[in-house]
Design a protein around this ligand. Structure first.
Ligand SMILES: [Zn+2]
Length: 445
């Protein structure tokens, strides 16, 4: 049985991930992601109403028209986790394939919401929730297994496709966190076993390959956040924290620190409410009982008015806007677009890193400069990454011992750096190590 790996998206850039694996006449697709910054540069883009071909033209979603030339039928669409660069193109592309969408329960719920918001296409693919540790029989030849991983969103797994020629491991995205704040560490024992049984190909992310050492555990981020917040136990001024709304373990940490210093944690913003309430409903997280959340503009503004009246020191708002996005809660507060008035000594904590693109730098600069004019103190980078560093990749390769390695999820600087690293430990480019570009495919011999 021949195995072909088809690089559809995410091989020329960070974002819009999609990889197809063909085994004989059967195809399994991994991820269908969106590249958000490609949408943001078109100010009037209204994604929900746009046609997939226009979004492909904008390079916002993977160009899956190349799939027409691949012989075989798609048996399953598998999503590794719930970040938009892995599930965001589902509403635009999935309906073209007569196949179920398989993902963990949390990712499944986020996909369901994505599909519900779609205006242009009717997406009727069956959603199938598979838990970490479980298996799904795709066909007599192919079995899918979900192996527990860790990342900056809960319920992330390594999808492993068992084929007659060995396992194909899809590692987009992951970190090898042995002391996570939520969930269990990656299933090292199972990964080692799969390595012994035989891995024919590893498709792996390469975002942080240039970072030396190991990616710090989420426990370190918890210490950073806690160290700062608890320093202001007796402070009477405002404390705002902004973080990634999909980073549930971080939101939990911040909420617990608020509780610890006697402030009520309040989640503000549409996405903040959406991700956290879904996690709570699926019982994947427990927040302090004093936590409340408000999504729409009316309830957010009402809550901010109430905080002004009751006392800034009674609450700790956890808000959207760490990238300075216009319309996000923090941006609106700083621009004076809410009933909340910032004063000298108020504090804004960023539990996030600026995602490196010029637009974010500009927007974030504006928010910080305006806040400083009001006398606000800024705390930055109370954060650790969700992506494996160089030595994590080294450990991972030794666990799995794959015959072929394909770096993905990165521009050529990242996949190229990964190739350099893999050559150092014995792989050979063009032989058992492959740099792919969007639209290209490779036959695994
Ligand atoms: Zn991710």
């Amino acid at each position: 049985m021949d195995i072909e790996i088809i690089a559809v998206g995410g091989y020329n850039e960070v974002g819009r991930n999609m990889t197809a694996v063909r085994c004989g006449k059967e195809i399994v697709i991994f991820d269908m992601g969106l590249r958000l910054d490609q949408v943001m540069i078109h100010e009037d883009a209204d994604i929900e109403n746009m046609h997939s071909l226009d979004l492909i033209e904008m390079k916002a979603i993977p160009d899956d028209t190349i799939m027409n030339a691949v012989e075989g039928s798609v048996k399953a669409i598998v999503c590794s986790h719930g970040h938009l660069d892995h599930i965001g193109a589902i509403p635009k592309l999935a309906h073209r394939y007569n196949a179920p969408i398989i993902s963990t329960p949390y990712t499944s719920e986020l996909i369901r919401q994505q599909i519900a918001g779609e205006q242009k296409f009717g997406v009727n693919n069956k959603l199938f929730a598979l838990k970490a540790g479980q298996r799904y029989t795709i066909s007599p030849h192919l079995t899918l297994e979900f192996v527990r991983a860790q990342h900056s969103i809960i319920d992330t797994i390594f999808p492993v496709l068992h084929t007659p020629r060995g396992a194909v491991v899809y590692a987009n995205d992951f970190k090898l966190d042995r002391t996570p704040v939520l969930g269990e560490p990656p299933d090292f024992a199972r990964l080692r076993q799969i390595g012994k049984e035989g891995v024919i190909a590893l498709i792996t992310e390469s975002v942080n390959i240039a970072d030396k050492g190991r990616c710090p555990s989420e426990k370190i981020a918890r210490d950073l956040v806690r160290d700062t917040i608890t320093s202001y136990e007796d402070d009477k001024s405002a404390l705002f924290v902004s973080t990634f709304s999909s980073h549930i373990s971080r939101v939990k940490t911040i909420a617990e620190c608020a509780h610890e210093i006697g402030r009520k944690p309040v989640l503000l913003g549409r996405s903040m409410e959406r991700y956290s309430s879904a996690a709570e409903q699926l019982k994947l997280v427990g927040f302090p009982e004093s936590l409340s959340m408000f999504g729409n503009r009316r309830t957010v503004d009402r809550t901010l008015r109430r905080i002004m009246k009751t006392g800034k020191d009674k609450f700790l708002p956890i808000v959207t806007g760490h990238q300075g996005e216009s319309g996000a809660i923090l941006t609106r507060i700083v621009m004076g677009d809410t009933p909340y008035k910032l004063e000298k000594g108020d504090k804004i904590l960023f539990s996030a890193k600026v995602i490196p693109n010029p637009m974010n730098y500009g927007q974030r600069y504006l928010v910080e400069a305006r806040a400083k004019m009001a006398g606000v103190r800024i705390f930055d980078e109370l954060h650790v990454s969700g992506h494996a560093y160089r030595e994590d990749h080294y450990e991972f390769l030794h666990l799995l011992n794959p015959q072929h390695v394909i770096p993905s999820h990165g521009d050529i600087g990242m996949t190229g750096e990964y190739a350099k690293f893999a050559e150092e430990i014995g792989y050979t480019l063009g032989n058992d190590l492959h740099i792919m570009r969007n639209g290209k495919s490779i036959l695994i011999k």
